[in-house]
Design a protein around this ligand. Structure first.
Ligand code: 0RA
Length: 646
């Protein structure tokens, strides 16, 4: 915490004067990142982390998480129970210290992997400070103890309320809506995805997750049980369930080397994309870092050595690059580091140098063994690497073509783009519109000062199934690159994206509000996800929401985005209004399109952000891959962008 304080120019004195808990309430973002949807969900992760630590220490095996009927959350484990005896220095129970003193979090157990500096590991007291009400119940040494708090302040000393055979800790909290002003409503999908991820990352633990806010037709709560005996190996199978493997097993290992526990699992599939997810202390390190560096070097070194020895590269005319070893690779790396240094823009890049070599060595050993024992798979992998190298050369040529056109400036813009007159990208937006006819309407309806229109022809290429050079050769995709002013590839990294010349800070996907429309949105999003991830990560991508109905009676008219709104509008008009269902953007005239979907004062845009990259990857590969049954089931059950928090 001291680091953070220095950075933000708070003197130690002013903090003390404020008292830790008050400070958390005054500057919540310093502790949990933000006070939006993300920060809200971090409260749950923080409490669950404590139970996971207890499980990792070998003291418990079951954690249950529930969203209660009243919207609060309960996390319970069957661990040793937080101690309740008197804390000598503070003069109150240890439980009260843990719950009400900032930074008291992991003081009991020296040998747990607590994260300092990242978003997790700030301590359960932060959750308490940001909750209107919290209750801790401890089951320990035959007794039940309880203490309650309001906005972080204990309401009474810990009291014994009964006897029990149980052991464990139960925490229930109700987030403070004066802090989380945007919303205090927890998302089932977000929490469920995190619990699934945690169960893969911490094998052997059972995590049950239940939403008690509503019941289904059978009168039952929505509930899932997550448990993984094989950890990352199973995680890979889950992630790649919709892709076709080219080798017979998931390659994996789990061991401790030089104090740093390393777990790795990987597989090669028929796709052309690289999917590596890395974790430090259960936190997804989006920006990678030293563990990823170790993984890559171990992979490249070992495969290269094997390929060289096999003679398969003898007749090859091009150089093989690091990227080539990772085409069609899905991998997960999870390390536990006692004092992680997090760097990078979002503090999700591991900086500890001492991690590189143990990871590299572990990966090398694991692969060497596998290649030795599975010579057929080894051959398949090397063949894939060679193909990747060939394709990379072709892609480089295609990319250079795109680049040349982009660099030419004005004249290089796609003919179909109707540009805006404003020059400042921060104020410009571009609508990617399905079809030429809707494009025409949008062009008439827009405010040409700051809104540009790029019509896209029908279904754009499914990048999930196409080789890289095909992607760069595709005209619609080239138009998107050129219109946005985005280029790919630098001297160091052939896949790095250059967003510096981005011409619009809002990129808005506008499609029909029907199944075809969401399919097209998904194709475009998949393209962004695979080729311009940073564009999504930096919050530039939005989805427009055209209305579904026009409700009209006499000179009154209202638009509706769902059936409830439609019926309410009809009622407001005294019933028997005429209802037009828009089957597509094409049925709206320019004025209607402007009023409902393009006018910044009235439209609703859904910003696309990738909460969990691994989950998003799984969803995109399912939606865009070969396996039809899971896709159909998913589309029938969910909105297409269910896992892209919008
Ligand atoms: C330190 C010591 C002991 C228990 C815990 C921490 C503990 C903390 C949490 C947080 C959530 N669930 C928890 N379960 C246990 C007790 C040590 C002992 O009994 O000797």
């Amino acid at each position: 915490m001291s680091e953070e304080i220095k950075k933000n120019n708070y003197s130690a004195d002013s903090i003390q004067a404020l008292e830790g808990m008050e400070h958390v309430r005054m500057r919540p973002s310093m502790y949990i990142g933000d006070v939006g949807v993300r920060g809200l969900h971090h409260l749950v992760y923080e409490v669950v982390d404590n139970s996971i630590d207890e499980a990792m220490g070998g003291h418990c095996d079951t954690i249950s998480v529930s969203i209660n009927e009243d919207g609060s959350v309960t996390v319970e484990d069957n661990g040793r129970g937080i101690p309740v005896d008197l804390h000598k220095k503070e003069g109150v129970s240890a439980l009260e210290v843990v719950m009400t003193k900032i930074g008291a979090g992991g003081k009991f157990d020296k040998d747990s992997y607590k994260v300092s500096g990242g978003l997790h590991g700030v301590g359960v007291s932060v959750v308490n400070a940001l909750s209107v009400h919290m209750k801790s119940t401890v089951f320990r040494e035959g007794k039940i103890y309880e203490q309650e708090y309001e906005r972080g302040k204990a309401l009474y000393p810990v009291k014994q309320i009964g006897e029990t055979e149980k052991r464990g800790t139960r925490q229930t909290f109700f987030p403070d809506d004066t802090i989380f002003q945007q919303t205090t409503e927890f998302s089932y999908d977000t929490l469920s995805a995190r619990m699934r991820e945690l169960s893969f990352l911490n094998k052997g633990i059972t995590i049950t997750f239940t939403d008690k806010r509503e019941v289904d037709e059978k009168g039952e709560f929505r509930s899932e049980v997550f448990h993984s005996d094989e950890g990352l190996k199973e995680y890979i199978r889950y992630l790649d369930g919709n892709r076709e493997p080219i080798i017979s097993h998931v390659i994996s290992m789990d061991h401790e080397k030089g104090e740093i526990p390393v777990e790795v699992a990987l597989i090669y599939n028929t796709s052309y994309t690289e999917n590596i997810f890395s974790y430090v202390n259960n936190i997804n390190t989006h920006e990678g870092g030293t563990h990823l560096q170790g993984f890559r070097s171990g992979l490249t070194r070992t495969l290269k050595k094997y390929a060289d020895a096999s003679g398969m590269l003898d007749k090859l005319k091009f150089e093989i690059s690091g990227d080539d070893f990772r085409e069609g690779l899905t991998a997960i790396i999870s390390v536990k580091v006692a004092e992680p240094q997090f760097e990078g823009q979002t503090k999700t890049k591991l900086g500890n140098r001492e991690v590189v070599s143990p990871v590299s060595q572990a990966v090398g050993e694991m692969l060497e063994n596998y290649l030795e024992e599975n010579p057929n798979d080894a051959k398949v992998i090397i063949q894939k690497v060679i193909l990747a190298a060939q394709a990379r050369h072709a892609a480089k040529k295609a990319r250079e073509m795109v680049q040349r056109k982009t660099v030419m400036g004005g004249g290089g813009l796609p003919g179909k783009l109707s540009d805006c007159s404003e020059q400042d990208p921060a104020r410009c937006e571009v609508y990617l519109v399905e079809g030429d006819s809707a494009g025409g309407t949008a062009k008439q309806g827009r405010d040409r000062n700051f809104q540009a229109i790029l019509p896209l022809r029908g279904k754009i290429l499914n990048v999930e199934k196409a080789m890289h050079h095909k992607v760069f050769e595709n005209e619609e995709i080239r138009n998107i690159f050129t219109a946005l002013g985005v280029t790919v590839g630098t001297a160091e990294d052939s896949k790095a994206l250059n967003l510096e010349k981005l011409r619009y800070h809002k990129v808005i996907i506008m499609c029909d509000a029907d199944v075809d429309g969401s399919h097209i949105s998904t194709l475009i999003l998949t393209f962004f996800f695979r080729f311009m991830k940073e564009l999504i990560e930096e919050g530039h991508v939005y989805i427009a929401a055209p209305p579904l109905y026009l409700v009209k009676k006499g000179n009154k008219k209202e638009y509706a985005w769902n059936d409830v709104q439609r019926d309410q509008a009809n009622e407001r008009m005294g019933g028997s209004a005429s209802i037009q269902r828009y089957k597509g953007l094409g049925e709206m005239n320019a004025e209607q399109l402007w009023e409902t979907t393009m006018d910044p004062n009235f439209r609703t845009l859904r910003q696309v952000n990738i909460e969990s990259l691994a989950e998003a990857d799984q969803v995109f590969s399912m939606l865009m891959g070969d396996e039809v049954p899971p896709r159909r089931e998913f589309i029938e059950k969910n909105a297409v962008y269910a896992n892209i928090d919008a």
